[in-house]
Write a protein that binds this ligand. Structure first.
Ligand SMILES: [Zn+2]
Length: 191
């Protein structure tokens, strides 16, 4: 059973609604789908995936309406950033999360990737988001990220303060037996 959607497609929500009606009770979430991912996102056919794309807003509104959890893979920064430059996508991502307070959103890998490294004070930035009531709909998935963030002592201390919510997400991901992926329908797993 292959069910795909493109997050930049204005009709993605309609497509998902039809599938939900066809398979009631089967799906608890969508994703993980990619917005900015290292060198991958530019390869998505059609419109470029972007955090300010109206189709993405529509998809997140729809997810809130029907109670789907959304897993987004979006890098916090570009690979090999200029030293001292602000993280490329942090502010845009925060704006997106704030636009959708009713949508439960999991930020995959805390915005890290194979090549995308933690930003300066990465864990502290996560802690700021997790402690802000304006982001009470936001969770972080720790796959990939845990190993990278463990390396610094300050990170470790910060991680301890937020670890219950990280654990919750790991459990949530396990419980999400099925979710819409961008290409195929399959159980959620780190990618
Ligand atoms: Zn991923």
């Amino acid at each position: 059973m292959g069910v795909g959607f493109n997050p930049t497609d204005m009709y993605a929500a309609d497509h998902i609604r039809r599938v939900l009606q066809t398979f009631p009770g089967v799906f608890s979430g969508i994703g993980e789908f990619t917005i900015h991912k290292e060198f991958v996102s530019s390869k998505i056919a059609g419109e470029t995936a972007d955090l300010q794309n109206r189709a993405l807003d529509r998809l997140l509104d729809f997810s809130a309406e029907v109670g789907l959890v959304v897993i987004i893979h979006n890098d916090m920064d570009v690979p090999f950033p200029k030293q001292g430059a602000p993280p490329a996508y942090l502010d845009q991502m925060k704006a997106l999360l704030k636009r959708h307070p009713g949508t439960t959103i999991i930020w995959a890998h805390t915005g890290l990737g194979r090549i995308v490294r933690p930003i300066k004070d990465h864990a502290a930035n996560l802690a700021v988001i997790l402690s802000d009531p304006a982001f009470k709909n936001v969770y972080f998935d720790m796959s990939w990220a845990e190993r990278m963030l463990r390396q610094e002592r300050q990170h470790q201390r910060l991680m301890l303060t937020v670890v219950p919510r990280f654990r919750l997400v790991s459990e949530l991901r396990r419980q999400m037996r099925h979710a819409f992926g961008p290409i195929t329908l399959r159980p959620i797993q780190p990618e």
